[in-house]
Design a protein around this ligand. Structure first.
Ligand SMILES: C[S@@+](CC[C@H](N)C(=O)[O-])C[C@H]1O[C@@H](n2cnc3c(N)ncnc32)[C@H](O)[C@@H]1O
Length: 277
């Protein structure tokens, strides 16, 4: 499973390198690969908006020993170092992301303050952290209890774990079932816990919930008719993309449409949970 997620992100990276539209969508200009949100103060629709909500839960300036669990291109590490200082470690299982993030760190002369590791968040983590951030990464966990316990083991007492992710409702309508199953399969998210699911696991792992915020209203899911048309279009491209070695990319596109529809229907929420140990 981990190997498949790793190949999936490596393939997305190769596609991102050649498709300019996908680059813009992916937030690569911010070194991120996470959701754009509306900033209601500026009306900007940006991958940076999420940090406005995370910032208040960071350690005092210079004190962070931060871990980005599932760091992608390292955007959260770079941004947190710039704004909050301290030292940051990012782990990703994608070799392409890892070498890209390392390249940026080197080019910016940040190797002393940031390190990236090609490792799973399920493997023992060397080092101790007083803040762990996980944006749209833990949803890939095949065993969230194991993942959470592993992260919590390296978190200081009083340290914080900030999870931002897509979280399906516990109760969903029959009409949504095929889209949820399709999304989970296409995006390699075998479990995709609900917010109550994450909270129950966190409590059992000795964490206390200190904040919960739903950002779903800050997204811009398209109308279902537009999603239907996009699904027909992307499905028609699938065979050719598969032939070119981009089947996983096609999965990502089609899974993304299913997720967008589920967001549109309110069946999947985009939520931040902040826990303290
Ligand atoms: C959608 S991307 C989000 C990246 C980053 N958090 C961001 O906000 O830009 C998901 C990330 O989760 C990582 N990931 C998935 N499963 C992982 C695992 N078992 N261990 C470490 N990282 C993992 C992927 O490698 C990828 O970097």
């Amino acid at each position: 499973m981990t190997q498949d997620v790793s190949l999936y992100y490596d393939e997305l990276h190769r596609w991102t390198s050649k498709d300019k539209d996908f680059q813009v969508f992916s937030g690569l200009e911010n070194d991120t690969i996470h959701r754009f949100l509306i900033d209601s103060d500026t009306d900007k629709f940006s991958p940076d908006t999420v940090y406005k909500f995370i910032d208040p839960f960071m350690p005092p300036h210079g004190a962070s020993r931060g871990l980005d669990a599932g760091c992608g291109y390292g955007g959260t590490c770079f941004r947190c170092l710039r704004v909050h200082g301290g030292r940051w470690t990012g782990v990703t299982i994608s070799e392409e992301q890892w070498s890209y993030a390392n390249g940026i760190a080197k080019a910016r002369g940040l190797e002393g303050a940031i390190q990236f590791r090609l490792a799973s968040y399920d493997a023992p983590l060397s080092g101790r952290y007083n803040v762990i951030v996980a944006i749209e990464s833990l949803i890939h966990s095949a065993d969230p209890e194991r993942t959470l316990n592993n992260l919590v083991a390296s978190l200081d007492a009083g340290g914080r774990l900030i999870i931002v992710d897509d979280m399906p409702l516990d109760e969903t309508k029959a009409a949504d079932a095929e889209y949820i199953a399709g999304f989970k399969q296409a995006w390699r998210c075998p479990v995709a816990l609900s917010a109550p699911g994450w909270k129950a696991l966190a409590q059992a792992a000795g964490l206390r919930l200190i904040a919960e915020q739903d950002f779903s209203h800050l997204m811009k899911p398209r109308a279902e008719a537009d999603l239907d048309a996009a699904l027909i279009d992307l499905s028609s491209q699938r065979a050719e993309k598969t032939k070119q070695g981009f089947e996983r990319l096609s999965d990502a596109e089609i899974g993304g449409l299913h997720l967008e529809r589920l967001h549109r229907r309110g069946t999947v929420r985009y939520i931040m949970l902040v826990f303290e140990k």
